[in-house]
Design a protein around this ligand. Structure first.
Ligand code: NAD
Ligand code: IPM
Ligand code: MN
Length: 406
């Protein structure tokens, strides 16, 4: 067991997976809310943790919670490994918060692929477009599996959803938990979510031969970079510290980095209230570990954001607590909410998965849907839970405790 590997203190029963360094305890002190969406903290609309939070689902003709029918129609993709285990707890907590939802389950992931060869049928994608939001557990085969080729599910399902639904912001809030190496830290990483090396530019020549060439490009459009940076500036403006750090690698990635840096500088002129700085991504790793309090809002490109947010999760208490919102800020379709962590096959079926990342992701979903009061009640319950975090409980027991507290 490595400290901070997302599995909690050595010797514990691991049910608080993701709880940070060996020997740490989450039962002491206070912790902040997942999205920092405290009532009246001045972040976003009416206490929402999202810049556009609280304005309801896309399209005015949708069925809405508290409105017609059975409430919000939420697509549920449990997925693989611990995915179904943690989203079950998230739904439990949403139900306890009293938000009316109709869950539309989608059987997608490794099993479906192995049985039918399907990853994300076009018909399912079209259905998803009409729902209010998507809650996803995790997708992907066990590390080293040969049954499902690498990337089949990750690219074919999760990334396809991010691209097709134009979920161009990946918002990942972090709050340093008691017992972590950064108790009290409070920052948000805004990760560009549709471009960079994730765009899939590249290919093979002479695959499998001694002359093989593999290229993997990084796509950075002015449009994509600007809309991501603008979102980050707007978020920074709405948070109390008004501080934004661009993270890149301009000293080496001189083309993409130049575009990011230029647009960042240009936009900053229109956001005089936001203090800006720049860190190379390697140095940002040092600062995240040694001095994460320096960060308020961090904005970065897709791959750096992926890596930095696993690190941020470990630093702030463990990956089992880290939530994310894949947002379509224009609300031309549903946004997608999921833990930062993956399918964690190493602990699947053991009851050791920490459901708090999924529960916090569900709170971000409610915030996005405009259910601010319910989102805040879940945040508060999570805060209270972390103040008195009792180790040794199962995934279901933690979910039950949260459901009882909201
Ligand atoms: P992982 O995040 O699944 O696991 C990394 C480590 O963190 C493991 O030790 C795991 O036990 C631990 N961990 C993760 N979530 C936890 C939780 N809720 N509670 C306690 N401990 C937790 O990363 P990986 O092992 O690199 O990936 C496994 C599979 O998941 C791969 O197929 C990968 O592609 C996929 N993946 C999917 C997503 C997603 O769907 N969003 C994200 C990351 C990885
Ligand atoms: C994440 C995951 C995904 C990513 C994978 C599963 C495609 O690691 O959401 O952080 O790399 O974005
Ligand atoms: Mn990741």
């Amino acid at each position: 067991m490595k400290p901070g590997d997302g599995r909690g203190p050595a010797g514990s029963s691991l049910s608080q997976g993701g709880s940070g360094p060996a020997g740490s305890s989450l039962s002491q002190g206070e912790s902040g809310p997942p999205g920092g969406s405290k009532p009246g903290d001045g972040r976003g609309a009416a206490g929402s943790s999202l810049p556009q939070g609280g304005s309801g689902p896309a399209g005015s003709s949708r069925s809405r919670g508290g409105g017609v029918g059975r409430g919000y129609r939420i697509a549920l993709i449990g997925g693989d490994g611990i995915g179904p285990e943690v989203v079950r707890e998230a739904l439990k907590v949403v139900a306890a918060a009293g938000v009316p939802i109709e869950v539309v389950p989608y059987d997608l992931g490794a099993d479906r692929f192995l049985q039918t060869g399907e990853v994300l049928p076009d018909s399912v994608l079209e259905e998803l477009r009409s729902l209010d939001a998507i809650l996803l557990g995790a997708v992907g085969p066990p590390i080293g599996s040969t049954l499902v080729p690498p990337g089949t599910l990750e690219r074919g399902l999760l990334l396809r959803l991010r691209f097709e639904l134009d979920l161009y912001i990946n918002l990942r809030p972090f709050t340093g938990l008691p017992g972590s190496i950064a108790p009290g830290a409070d920052f948000v990483v805004i990760r560009e979510n549709t471009e960079g090396s994730y765009a899939g530019e590249g290919g093979f020549l002479h695959r499998g031969t001694a002359q093989e060439i593999a290229t993997q490009g990084s796509v950075n459009t002015r449009f994509g970079v600007e809309r991501c940076l603008r979102y980050a500036f707007e978020l920074a403006l709405k948070r109390p510290r008004h501080d934004l750090t661009l993270v890149h690698k301009t000293n080496v990635l001189a083309f993409a980095g130049d575009l990011w840096q230029r647009v960042f500088t240009e936009l900053s002129a229109g956001f005089q209230g936001v203090a800006t700085s720049y860190n190379h991504v390697d140095a940002a790793c040092i600062y995240l570990v040694e001095d994460s309090f320096r960060y308020d809002v961090v904005v970065t490109e897709n791959l750096f954001g992926d890596i930095l947010t696993d690190l941020a999760g470990a630093v702030t208490g463990g990956i089992g607590f880290a939530a994310s919102a894949n947002l379509n800020p224009a609300r031309t379709g549903p946004s997608l909410f999921e833990p930062v962590h993956g399918a964690a096959h190493d602990i699947a079926g053991t009851g050791k998965a920490n459901p708090l990342a999924a529960i916090r992701s569900a709170a971000l979903m409610l915030d996005h849907l405009g259910e601010l009061e319910a989102a805040q009640r879940i945040d508060k319950a999570v805060r209270e839970e972390l103040e008195h975090f009792a180790p040794g409980r199962t995934t279901g027991e933690i979910g039950d405790a949260l459901a009882a507290q909201v």
